[in-house]
Design a binder for this molecule. Sequence first.
Ligand code: NAP
Length: 252
Amino acid sequence: MKIEQFKTEVIHLRKKTALITGASRGIGAAAALRLAEDGFNVIINYNVNRDAAEMIAGVTGGTAIQADVSDPVKVRDMFDIINREHGDVEVLVNNAGVSFTGLFTDITPLQQKRMWGVNVEGVFNCTREALKTMISNKSGRIINISSMWGQVGASCEVHYSAAKAAVIGFTKALAKEVGPSGINVNCIAPGVITTDMNAGHSQETMEELAYDTPLERLGTPEDVAKAVSFLASGDSSFITGQIIGVNGGLVI
Ligand code: NAP
């Protein structure tokens, strides 16, 4: 057997590979743990928190890879490493995100660029690379993490809401474009989830948000990870282009 053929066969014997962006903490880390439980070889992307990403990699038996998703060159390099060492990405979870609050009139051009770069262009950059192999394989799952604020808008989070709305539009359009190639593209719109992203809110604000939620609690990263697991599984094979709210009923 030729070496190249042997390598290809070994890659096919491997577990399916799932790349989760922003998996060092919060929702991404929970999704990585859950997909590892589901039998995936998980790739834990991160930006700065290497120790946390390595810890999740250790627990899941996966691999941590640094790349700022807003940088298309770094994203291409990350995919080169993954394709060479782990085979094709079968499931891409576009989860990496940043948020900051403030009046729209106070948002600086730099903050605007960062918000758009990570939350929107990051999704574009990773998806473009993943599709290169998904289209030729005629198979793949893309799961985008938006937000309920992308559905209904939030005061003092105009740039975040706009970025997350863009992810919803991206999901719907791409689902139509790549459906014939056997690729499902879906979106999860979480409500208020207890992660570092909400650490700046006071306990009182968090209690009020829980009170306003029909299911009377805040969400956990694991609540979102369960939806990711479903969308990555064979059970969701006829679902594409959908926006799934994981928000306890806060937005219906
Ligand atoms: P989090 O706890 O703040 O974690 C953010 C993750 O994104 C970290 O792993 C971080 O990596 C990574 N990240 C940030 N910038 C990155 C970049 N440029 N390149 C690569 N990775 C980057 O956030 P979270 O609450 O889990 O949120 C995850 C996703 O859910 C985000 O898209 C967020 O908008 C969305 N969401 C969250 C909530 C919520 O209530 N928490 C609600 C709706 C939607 P490092 O650790 O290396 O910085």
